[in-house]
Design a protein around this ligand. Structure first.
Ligand SMILES: C[S@@+](CC[C@H](N)C(=O)[O-])C[C@H]1O[C@@H](n2cnc3c(N)ncnc32)[C@H](O)[C@@H]1O
Length: 404
């Protein structure tokens, strides 16, 4: 009986969303409560549609003509979407077709609605990343308490924006830099795993793709964008298959000095066997960039160009890289770039992360130019790889500089 009532309530919420009936939605929010989610996050049992999916999907029928002008319907849908988001609706809830509301809007070509969902994702991810920052700072403060005692954490309610955090899928929001949301791969597990290298890919022991040969065009263009003149000093973090390092060595603008930082023992062994340790002008630094870069900075080293492409690291580590280390190591007129694979398993995550990183770069004092790189169509490349971490047609190649 209770589940019947619950089913009726879900149907009413979804119907109100489809009809852009915000007064009814408001009433439902006031009157109903569900044990496992908020009213604005209920899901239709058949389609998995949340109210956000339902609003967006309803614009599909207006495309076919139901007496309401398409633009009027989309305007009404925009207001309902705003209403749902203001009431804490999750921006990246998945339906039974594995689509977020934004994916659905993108597929249906509803670009204004798609943009609303991208903006919602950016807001959610920015809050999440700031919260992680607060937590990290609190942990550090706790560790360094004056009396040497670890201090208790503040109550969560005191953290700004925490009410909004409740509405997010926090776990799913952690996007790996290499494009895969491989939550089961963490740095220490990766660094102690046995790697297998073939001619077209480097895999870890769980068959996760660490690096793949199809990325060669991206690597070549990245090297070209960084080596704007001969005799520069360049630093590359993450050797992988050595693709970018080979492009750097073969570039017409051959660098004067080429530093490589690499942490994985199997990759280092491979580098040794291929003669990288004794190449003229090349200096290989063994270890994690987190340990190596402070030493380089302490030695007074600076670079004209830096490239960053690691594996199984979180966004906050990347942020730490550019806010603390690029600052110290990049020449004032230098340029730097990174493998832009964040959120690349679906278009909306890719677009959200582009904005998030742009804002963080700006805050850290960098400007960024994006260059579109068309990618080859591929499928066979993924055979034997645990998870396809790339689902986007165009790669956006970043080139970052200090702001003038
Ligand atoms: C995606 S691959 C780099 C691919 C490379 N850009 C290429 O063109 O072949 C990532 C590399 O970063 C290394 N790596 C991961 N975490 C690291 C860390 N914290 N410090 C240094 N290297 C790291 C991995 O062992 C791996 O070799």
């Amino acid at each position: 009986m209770a589940s019947e009532v619950q089913g009726d309530h879900i149907a009413k919420v979804i119907r109100a969303a489809i009809e852009n009936d915000t007064p009814t939605l408001e009433k439902c929010i006031d009157q109903y409560s569900f044990s496992d989610c908020k009213v604005v996050d209920v899901q239709d049992p058949e389609t998995g549609f949340s109210p956000l999916h339902a609003v967006i999907s309803s614009c599909r029928s207006s495309v076919n003509g139901n007496g309401i002008k398409k633009s009027d319907h989309e305007d009404a849908a925009s207001s309902t979407i705003r209403f749902l988001l203001e009431n804490g609706a999750i921006w990246n809830q998945l339906d039974n077709n594995d689509e977020t509301p934004g994916c659905l809007a993108y597929r249906l070509g509803l670009l204004n609605l798609y943009q609303l969902m991208v903006d919602a994702g950016v807001r959610a991810e920015m809050i999440l990343s700031r919260l992680e920052e607060y937590e990290r700072m609190e942990d550090e403060e706790g560790d360094n308490g004056e009396d040497g005692q670890k201090e208790p954490k503040e109550e969560e309610e005191n953290v700004p924006g925490n009410d909004q955090l409740d509405s997010m899928e926090t776990e799913d929001s952690v996007v790996e830099l290499d494009g895969a949301e491989q939550q089961d791969v963490n740095t220490s597990a990766y660094l102690s795993s046995t790697l297998s290298l073939s001619s077209n890919k480097l895999l870890d022991d769980q068959q996760n793709g660490v690096m793949m040969a199809w990325e060669s065009g991206i690597m070549r263009q990245s090297a070209d964008n960084l080596l704007t003149a001969p005799e520069l000093r360049i630093l590359n973090i993450g050797f992988g298959m050595g693709i970018i390092d080979s492009h750097i060595q073969d570039n017409p603008n051959k660098p004067a000095r080429h530093y490589i930082v690499e942490a994985h023992p199997d990759v280092l062994k491979d580098m040794e066997s291929k003669g990288w340790m004794s190449k003229t002008g090349v200096e290989v630094h063994r270890g994690r960039w987190q340990d190596v870069l402070p030493e380089l900075a302490a030695d007074g080293e600076t670079f004209d160009a830096i490239y960053f492409d690691t594996f199984a690291e979180s966004y906050s580590e990347f942020r730490e890289f550019f806010t603390e280390h690029v600052m110290a190591l990049l020449d004032q007129s230098g340029r730097w770039s990174f493998f832009n694979g964040m959120g690349a398993d679906r278009q909306i995550s890719y677009d959200v992360y582009q904005k998030v990183v742009e804002m963080d770069l700006f805050e850290a004092g960098f400007e960024v130019d994006w260059e579109d790189v068309e990618l080859p169509k591929f499928d066979q490349e993924w055979e034997g790889v645990r998870r396809k971490y790339w689902n986007i047609d165009h790669y956006r190649l970043p080139v970052c500089k200090f702001m003038d």
